[in-house]
Design a protein around this ligand. Structure first.
Ligand code: EPU
Length: 338
């Protein structure tokens, strides 16, 4: 069934907890309803966007359009062999509840992505990643509905054009598709990824460990370092980690010998932690009004109470300007501004 609300508060639908309204808010829990809504466009003159759990968006003002909020549920194993299982999860499932579901069945591959806020449907859009794993490594395909004609289309993994925090759904197809479910290939004999420094350190206290242990440890690391969106409004990393060339990196090392950098997936390029650049510019644990950077991870911008979206954006722009002036590096937003 489609539930349609008018002048609807979005405060509980965005993890920044920005108090804005949508002209219309349409909630749909079946694919048939979504197709019907898209084909008949009852409010056709207005712009349309799709919103999952709102954990990667910043609303800078009221939205004078229609927000479609798909809440398609269900997790099922659709194929299995000795080594793998193919699991189909509805876009409206909570991401971390899905990780927990997989771990309870000893299906591995997503344990490093524990506690990332958001829905299953949002995970392929920005190709969520943490602690050495990106979700694209386990995505088999993505099921979608076209926003224009309601046609169903399945995107295979190569068709999704996954990259660092990006995919076809964030670029060429931005705003064109509603993701209804995601198919994952999970492993029945997972290889644990423990390379990330802090993980290894934490695992030392365990004699044996498995995907459950890894989940526990990663949840600990995240809880120590990142603000819980249920307590303090935030959308995780606000910026991407910038990628620069070998030459640019060498130039910076001469001035800042301590600058951290990791070789990127593309040869000849380096990924620099935006958190370091932001801290070096003096922006760690600082506020503009009630918008601030998080004390333990300045890559995360937070709403300490009643910040508006515009104030968060002003803070982001000040940080971007300072990083650009000091390092000649242009920070790119990871969060979608609406
Ligand atoms: N750093 C500082 N100061 C700080 C914190 C970090 O200088 O206060 C520097 C340090 O050099 C540190 C480096 O930043 O070694 C990396 O920090 P961290 O391990 O926290 O990772 P990140 O690169 O800042 C990325 C993701 C996070 C993900 C972590 C862990 C992006 C944009 N962010 O952050 O993802 O949890 O790695 O894998 O790639 C998210 O997307 O919302 C998110 C939180």
């Amino acid at each position: 069934m489609i539930k349609l609300f008018e002048d609807y508060s979005l405060k509980n639908h965005n993890s920044f907890k920005i108090d804005v309204k949508a002209r219309y808010f349409a909630e749909a829990d079946t694919i048939t309803d979504l197709i019907h809504f898209v084909k008949h466009k009852p409010l056709t003159q207005l712009p349309l966007i799709i919103l999952g759990e709102g954990s990667n968006v910043l609303f800078k003002s009221d939205y004078n359009g229609v927000i479609i909020h798909p809440i398609i549920r269900g997790i099922e194993v659709i194929h299995e062999d000795g080594k793998h299982v193919i699991v189909k999860a509805g876009a409206g499932e909570n991401w971390d509840a899905f990780v927990e579901w997989a771990i309870n069945r000893h299906y591995g591959g997503i344990e490093n992505l524990s506690l990332i806020p958001g829905s299953v449907g949002a995970c392929p859009v920005q190709n969520i990643g943490a602690y050495g794993v990106e979700v694209s490594e386990v995505i088999e395909s993505v099921e979608t509905i076209d926003m224009t004609d309601g046609e169903l289309k399945l995107y295979s993994k190569p068709e999704c054009n996954f990259g660092y925090r990006t995919s076809i759904f964030k670029n060429e197809l931005k705003g064109d598709k509603i993701i209804t479910s995601v198919l994952f290939r999970l492993s029945r004999s997972p290889v644990l990824k423990t390379d990330y420094g802090e993980i290894r350190k934490k695992l030392k206290k365990y004699k044996d460990f498995d995907i459950r242990t890894l989940r526990t440890v990663i949840m600990e690391i995240r809880q120590e370092k990142l603000p819980d969106p249920a307590q303090i409004g935030n959308a995780g990393s606000f910026f991407k980690n910038p990628v620069i060339t070998d030459e640019e990196f060498k130039k910076l090392v001469r001035i800042y010998p301590e600058i951290p950098g990791h070789p990127s997936d593309t040869p000849g390029q380096w990924k620099i932690p935006a958190a370091w650049l932001i801290e070096k510019c003096g922006w760690k644990d600082r506020c503009i009004g009630e918008a601030g950077t998080w004390s333990r991870q300045p890559l995360v911008l937070v709403n300490y109470g009643n910040s508006t979206g515009k104030q968060i954006l002003e803070l982001a722009e000040s940080i971007t300007r300072d990083v650009s002036e000091k390092f000649s590096i242009q920070l790119e937003k990871e969060v979608n501004v609406i």
